[in-house]
Write a protein that binds this ligand. Structure first.
Ligand SMILES: Nc1ncnc2c1ncn2[C@@H]1O[C@H](COP(=O)(O)OP(=O)(O)OP(=O)(O)O)[C@@H](O)[C@H]1O
Ligand SMILES: [Zn+2]
Length: 559
């Protein structure tokens, strides 16, 4: 087998073919094994508003690819860069609207920080791993330490005759690049002939695009040789991908809508600035999330945010767990369109609970900790091969389904393969395997059962740490001498509650007080204490000491 080929085949928009994937570093015998890297760049969000579920699709698709690359090449051998676009006129408009009394730059900062945090929270709930690096556009406009900045790249493009200044802008001259349009397969002459948009008078060609534009006083701006201004949209990705992945790298991804003009223009900038034959070896594009046949988008107004799906009942009258949303995306091949509907989410939810029914909680807990001990990295048969075929997740899921229907609980190895596969796809959480567990740790419990309960609880904690449950709550630091009730809710949230504040000493004190009342024949007070304790779950038993004949009261916890 060729060096670097691990069986992975990917559809390349550039060649319109499914190709064997051989990362660049593996083609170069000079690079030592330990230093080889697979390098992937994905265009991230423009942070001015909540991300909608359409925006989530590339994040989820390329998260699966990231996981697969890590599995095939080793975790330390994959670099995944996904940017944050925090400079954009839509951001400026939102800042002025939301914080009218604040200086614009502060307001912009507020909007981008708030939106970025929200984005991170949303996609963590969709079980996406953080990328290796997440550069922000504003850190790369000018004066970047290694010279990896937008102003420097634009200067290079002007020097090399690919860009020109006109009408308060710097524009890329598309005719300066003979094979401009190679990704979208749009020929320049066709574009010009068919151009219906009025040609801006200062543009040499209708297809020329903005690299830099001057800013008004009340717009954000950076100093540059062409005056105080801000970058056009495409230049940031050329600059940040070079800064983190080099002049040419392995995979570049994003949604279908980015092929033209965004990716086409990234290619033009990068290749012309660096004098290279390609920017990325493989170009991958996910299909649209659609609503009634039309692309979900903010401008169409036909969108639903990830946040609303997770936390409100706006869509289909219920909240949808992150795994369900994620599975709803993964059920369709990444290049095909998805019609987003309540029905689809219901199907995903049903599929998850079908996968769940087979297992019993106790079993999984035991297997889980064993698996951790053994560091098993084994998946159900056929699973990895299916993913290697251009991310054929539907087929991979079919293998998981088959494994689930054939497995017996005692088949530890197979059960762990199933869990590893579900976990790999990011759809594993305790609740999807039917977990609804409650338990009690209480005073008066036999040491053996207390230990069992305690171990269960610690296992829950381990599960919470190992999956993406971020909201797990553990209030209990000491598990002895307190009655603690814990439960895993349907959403997988682990709560630990103190169900009883009363201490053993206190019970003892009350028992003695009651005996004193009995001695005084004050039955009313004696009964009051008995009822009070019963309310707290403590049952008293009266007996006589067989030797002394003395009245004896013991207590136990009633369930
Ligand atoms: N309906 C959709 N289906 C699939 N991917 C989408 C959809 N809408 C946007 N994307 C992708 O989401 C990523 C983030 O893009 P970005 O933040 O620029 O979205 P956007 O352009 O603001 O969305 P919109 O199209 O709603 O204005 C891009 O890779 C883009 O291709
Ligand atoms: Zn980009």
């Amino acid at each position: 087998m060729r060096a670097g080929f691990r069986g992975l085949r990917l559809s390349n928009t550039m060649t319109r073919q499914k190709e064997d994937f051989v990362p660049l570093d593996w083609r170069d015998a000079e690079i030592p094994e330990a230093e080889k890297r697979v390098r992937m760049y994905v265009c991230g969000p423009t942070v001015y508003d909540y991300a909608h579920i359409g925006n989530a699709r590339p994040m989820i698709v390329f998260d699966v690819l990231f996981r697969l690359l890590r599995h095939l090449y080793g975790e330390d051998h994959v670099v995944y860069a996904r940017n944050i676009t925090d400079v954009d006129d839509k951001i400026n408009a939102r800042a002025a609207r939301d914080f009218p009394d604040m200086p614009l730059n502060d307001a912009i900062r507020r909007v981008t920080t708030r939106t970025t945090e929200q984005f991170h929270t949303d996609i963590a709930a969709l079980c996406c791993l953080p990328p290796t690096v997440e550069p922000r556009a504003t850190d790369y406009v000018s004066g970047h330490a290694n010279g990896h900045d937008m102003v420097a790249m634009i200067e290079t493009l002007i020097e090399k005759g690919h860009a020109y200044e006109a009408g308060g802008e710097v524009l890329f001259d598309v005719t300066s690049m003979p094979d401009y349009g190679s990704l979208s397969k749009r020929r320049l002459d066709e574009q010009q002939a068919g151009a219906r948009v009025a040609v801006d008078s200062h543009k040499r060609n209708p297809g020329d695009f903005v690299l830099w534009k001057l800013s008004d006083e009340n717009e954000p701006g950076w100093g540059s040789p062409w005056g105080r201004g801000r970058p056009g949209w495409h230049i940031e990705c050329s600059v940040m991908s070079e800064a983190h992945l080099g002049k040419t790298f392995d995979i570049h991804g994003g949604g279908l809508d980015l092929i033209f003009p965004h990716h086409e223009n990234e290619i033009a900038q990068s290749r012309c600035a660096h004098g290279t034959a390609s920017m990325a070896e493989v170009w991958m594009h996910n299909g649209y999330v659609q609503v009634e046949g039309r692309k979900m988008s903010k401008s169409e107004g036909n969108f639903i945010t990830i946040h609303d799906l997770l936390h409100t009942e706006k869509f289909g009258g219920r909240k949808w767990p992150g795994e369900v949303l994620r599975l709803a995306m993964l059920m369709t091949h990444y290049r095909e369109p998805i019609d987003f509907s309540v029905k689809r989410l219901e199907e995903a939810a049903e599929e998850l609970s079908r996968l769940a029914q087979k297992f019993d909680y106790e079993e999984i807990l035991n297997n889980w900790s064993l698996r951790k001990e053994l560091e098993l990295r084994d998946f159900v048969p056929g699973f990895v091969e299916a993913l290697e075929d251009d991310l054929n997740i539907s087929l991979a899921l079919r293998y998981v389904r088959e494994a689930v229907s054939n497995v017996r609980k005692s088949e530890f190895g197979k059960v762990t393969q199933i869990i590893a596969s579900l976990e790999f796809l990011g759809i594993f959480r305790p609740e999807i395997i039917g977990v609804y567990s409650t338990g009690t740790l209480s005073i008066g419990m036999s040491p053996h059962s207390a230990l069992r309960e305690k171990n269960k609880l610690l296992n829950l904690r381990a599960i919470a740490a190992n999956t993406s449950i971020r909201d797990a709550q553990f209030e209990a630091s000491s598990l002895s001498n307190e009655q603690l009730k814990y439960f895993v809710s349907e959403r997988g949230i682990v709560h630990v509650e103190k169900t009883e504040q009363i201490s053993e000493l206190e019970i003892q004190r009350l028992v003695e007080q009651r005996l004193a009342f009995i001695g005084d024949k004050n039955w009313a007070e004696a009964d009051r204490i008995r009822d009070e304790l019963a309310e707290k779950g403590i049952q008293l038993k009266d007996s006589k000491d067989p030797e002394t004949g003395e009245r004896l009261t013991t207590w136990e916890l009633k369930r």
